[in-house]
Structures are given as structure tokens and as C-alpha cells.
Design a binder for this molecule. Structure first.
Ligand SMILES: NC(=O)c1ccc[n+]([C@@H]2O[C@H](COP(=O)([O-])OP(=O)(O)OC[C@H]3O[C@@H](n4cnc5c(N)ncnc54)[C@H](O)[C@@H]3O)[C@@H](O)[C@H]2O)c1
Ligand SMILES: N[C@H](CO)Cc1c[nH]c[nH+]1
Ligand SMILES: [Zn+2]
Length: 441
């Protein structure tokens, strides 16, 4: 069902293989979306709320009067929430808090020389904008994954934006609102896509000039290519987390894997988006054939079969046949998947060899769906190969390390000549003079 890329024997034949080029990312990539989002961001910058209303009508098909969701609507959504969904959200929040609480760093003071210290002080970002997707699916779980690390970091001011949904009175989905209420979030905007990121970056005023949304310092959260493109465009004016775009799963499996489970996991992430990527890397043709047969059966029975089929048959998905697991690890590292499952014998040992992945799911009982909702790990993870250089969302995302330098007179005197020498070597003598001025001879 999904295309095959057969690498077996090719290394032995002396071929040089470019593993990074094997499985391309979906063609509607972030670079090409940049041109579409540039005018959207400019419009929000110049016309504020009026532009947000028009863009929402155009892209979401929803007429909104007020972009900010009233707090009473958040409370109502929570009181009307299905008790089973509430219990599941509470469990998800509790597990996420447990894991993220352990990520909180302490300030560290280093005595560099007698009387000279450098302290690294971890300070939370003051105001953040958290994006919760809501196009093809709605993601109350992404409310949890964004809000929990921000709260654990100690961010004072948290705003959430999510697209308004048709049939819900111009508001985001009620479960999104309920999740916000459960977490104590009161500032929620019914705005999606690139326009939401622009609203966070520039702030937004209404027709009378009143500030409806204040600018934020940092924007985090997953979204489609337009959201990712707006984040890339506005980076610098705002901080951003790693780009978390269309979902990806790679499964590194040998003949010991259960093909029905592998297929189910590939389908589970393909369900997000026709641009989602599902990649199987295996040294077993028998497993590849069995997974393909399972995919045919399971895709036919799954609810979002059209979306899944588009994702699985897109150029961004495929089965890579490798000579052995060592080559499988090299392929997985080059691909740098958002999610990587290891379904092999001695899975922990294989997992320990992986260098590039947003998150690694080890063994048969750790499917990606567990991490999506209730493992305690974060599901906002780098996509598009960004796992080669970036991490998923964590408490650290919301903190800045500030170096606090404190030297006494003797500590400065002891190192003064080195500062002057280096200043002269860079032909910046005023730097040296600033130290010398403190020690007139
Ligand atoms: N990496 C992660 O952590 C993670 C987590 C959850 C979801 N996801 C991914 O997030 C994505 C969510 O995408 P989505 O579309 O469902 O929701 P979304 O909220 O990201 O995007 C919907 C918005 O896109 C805008 N839009 C739609 N078509 C447009 C166009 N032609 N031009 C400009 N703007 C347009 C609309 O304003 C709409 O509000 C999926 O790809 C999913 O795989 C990733
Ligand atoms: N798999 C997504 C991250 O790419 C997260 C998610 C939320 N809900 C279901 N799944
Ligand atoms: Zn998912």
C-alpha cells in the first residue's frame, strides 16, 4: 500500500546512499507557505481585530464578533464537559505535571575565582501565546501539552488561541474551552492559522483603538504549514518553539514486531493530516509484506480513511527496506522523525543508539498514541527534520538563563591584564581602558 524504497545490497555494491533524501517531507512545505502568510501577517499588523474578523471569515468560514472568548463561556464548557472526558483530561494533566515538574532547573552559582562568581538564573518568559490547532481535528490534549510546561516554568501571563468551529457560536470547540478552564486559563482567543500567530506577535486593537490582545514574548504550539510558516516569518520579533507541523511517525521494526500493531500505529498518525508522514524502516521483507496487508484491512475500516490514505500514499510516506538494524538506525537518524517507535528485539538497546528523534517510543507497549495523550511526555515535538537540532516542548522552552556576573575588586584585578591583552588583540582598546580605569597606578 505504501511505496517501497529498497536499500538492500546497495551499500555492498559500493553505492553512496543519501539517507536524508530517501523520504522527502510533504511537498506543501513551510517555505512555500511563507508567501501565503506574509500578507496575512501584514494585514493583522496594520488592521488588528478588523483583519482578524475578515481572515477568520475567509479561512474558517466563521463570522466572529468578539475574538476573545468570554470567561463565562470557559466556565460553562467545563460544567457541561462529559465526565469521562474530564477524568481523562485530569489524568493527562496530572501525568504531564509529574514529568514536567522534574524538568525545572535550579539556579547555579559558579565560583570562577576567589571573589568572582557567575550565576545562571532561570527566569520564566513573561507573556506567552499558546497555539492549539483546530482545523481537521480539535486538540484539547494540545492545551494540556502547551499549558502545563508554561505553568510549571512559572509564566505569569498565558494566552491561548484556537480556530473557531462552525456551529459553536464563533468559539473554539467546547472541549478546548473546558481544558483551558480546567487548567485555570482565562485568556482565550477564537482565532486560528497564521493570523493567530500574527495576533500574538503584534497584538491587536479593535476599531476604536482599544487593545484587545497584547503582544506576547513567545509563541509555542503545533499547527499546519500556515501556522509553522507564520512562526518562521515572525521569529525574532517573538520567540518560537521548534516548528511542530504535520505529524510524523517512523517505526523501526524487525521480524519480531507485530504487523497489526505496526500498521495501527502508522495509521494513527496518518489520521492527523493528508500531509502527515508514516514511515516504516525494517530489515524484514516478511514484516513489510504483513504490515502492507494489515494496512489494506485497517485503512478500509478506519473513520478518516480518506485522510489516512492520502497520507500513506503521499511521497512523504513509505517503507524503507534495509540490510540490517544498524542501517535502520542510520536511516532513522537521517530522517529525524517527530515520533520514532522501536519495535525490535532488545528495543531499549536499539533505542539507546538513536540520536535524532522528537520522542522515542520503546517496545511493543509504548505506542505513539500513549504519548499523544497520557504518558506524561510532551506531544508538541519537532517535525520536518527539526529533531536534528531541536527538542520538543518542555519547561525549558519557557525559561531564559540569565548570567549574573559578580566580581569583587581583587577578583577583577587578578584577571585585568588578560582582559586588556585580549582587547588589544581585537583592536578594541576602549574595552581594556574600561578595566584599567578602575586601577589607576
Ligand atoms: N507536532 C505536534 O506536536 C502536533 C500536535 C497536534 C497536531 N499537529 C499537527 O497540527 C496540524 C493541525 O492542522 P489543522 O489544519 O488541523 O489545524 P490548524 O489549527 O493548524 O490550522 C487551521 C487554520 O489554518 C488556516 N488555514 C486553512 N487553510 C488556509 C489557507 N489556504 N491559507 C491560509 N490559512 C489557512 C485557517 O485559518 C485555520 O484556522 C496537523 O498537521 C497535525 O498533524 C502537530
Ligand atoms: N500526534 C500529535 C503530535 O504530532 C499529537 C496528538 C494530539 N492528539 C492526538 N495526537
Ligand atoms: Zn497524534
Amino acid at each position: 500500500m505504501i511505496r517501497r524504497i529498497d536499500l538492500r545490497g546497495r551499500l555492498a555494491d559500493g553505492e553512496e546512499l543519501d539517507y536524508r533524501a530517501l523520504v522527502p517531507r510533504a511537498s506543501a512545505d513551510v517555505e512555500s507557505a511563507l508567501e501565503a502568510v506574509r500578507p496575512i501577517c501584514a494585514d493583522v499588523r496594520h488592521r488588528g481585530v478588523e483583519a482578524l474578523r475578515e481572515l477568520t471569515a475567509r479561512f474558517d468560514g466563521v463570522q466572529i464578533k468578539d475574538i476573545r472568548v468570554p470567561e463565562s463561556a470557559l466556565r460553562d464548557a467545563l460544567s457541561e464537559l462529559d465526565p469521562a472526558v474530564r477524568a481523562a483530561l485530569e489524568e493527562s494533566i496530572a501525568r504531564a505535571r509529574t514529568v514536567h515538574a522534574d524538568q525545572r532547573r535550579s539556579d547555579v552559582t559558579t565560583v570562577v575565582a576567589p571573589g568572582g562568581t557567575v550565576t545562571e538564573r532561570w527566569v520564566p518568559v513573561q507573556r506567552v501565546g499558546l497555539y492549539v490547532p483546530g482545523g481537521l481535528a480539535v486538540y484539547p490534549s494540545s492545551v494540556v501539552m502547551n499549558v502545563v510546561p508554561a505553568q510549571v516554568a512559572g509564566v505569569e501571563n498565558i494566552a491561548v488561541a484556537s480556530p473557531p468551529q462552525k456551529g459553536f457560536g464563533g468559539a473554539p470547540h467546547p472541549t478546548i474551552l473546558a481544558a483551558c478552564a480546567l487548567l485555570g486559563i482565562t485568556e482565550v482567543y477564537a482565532v486560528g492559522g497564521a493570523q493567530a500567530i500574527a495576533m500574538f506577535a503584534y497584538g491587536a486593537r479593535d476599531d476604536a483603538g482599544a487593545q484587545v490582545c497584547s503582544p506576547v514574548d513567545l509563541v509555542t504550539g503545533p499547527g499546519n504549514v500556515y501556522v509553522a510558516a507564520a512562526k518562521r516569518l515572525l521569529k525574532g520579533l517573538i520567540g518560537i518553539d521548534a516548528e511542530a507541523g504535520p505529524t510524523e511517525i517512523a517505526v523501526l521494526a524487525d521480524e519480531s514486531a507485530n504487523p497489526a500493531h505496526v500498521a495501527a500505529d502508522l495509521i494513527s498518525q496518518a489520521e492527523h493530516d493528508p500531509l502527515a508522514a508514516s514511515v516504516l524502516v525494517t530489515d524484514s521483507t516478511e514484516l513489510a509484506d504483513a504490515v502492507d496487508a494489515e494496512l489494506k484491512l485497517q485503512v478500509a475500516a478506519t473513520k478518516h480513511a480518506d485522510r489516512v490514505l492520502s497520507a500513506l500514499t503521499g511521497e512523504q510516506s513509505g517503507t524503507v527496506l534495509v540490510d540490517d538494524l544498524a542501517q535502520g538506525v542510520a536511516v532513522a537518524d537521517a530522517y529525524a522523525a517527530e515520533h520514532l517507535e522501536i519495535q525490535t528485539r532488545d528495543a531499549p538497546a536499539v533505542a539507546a543508539r538513536i540520536r535524532n528523534a522528537g520522542a522515542v517510543f520503546v517496545g511493543p507497549w509504548s505506542p505513539v498514541s500513549l504519548g499523544d495523550y497520557a504518558a506524561g511526555s510532551n506531544h508538541v515535538l519537532p517535525t520536518g527534520g527539526c529533531a536534528r537540532h531541536s527538542s520538543g516542548l518542555s519547561v525549558q522552552t519557557f525559561l531564559r538563563g540569565i548570567h549574573v556576573v559578580e566580581y569583587g575588586q581583587e577578583a577583577l584585578r587578578a584577571v585585568a591584564s588578560h582582559v586588556e591583552t585580549l582587547a588589544d588583540a581585537e583592536d578594541l582598546p576602549a574595552h581594556g581602558a574600561a578595566v584599567r580605569a578602575r586601577f589607576p597606578s
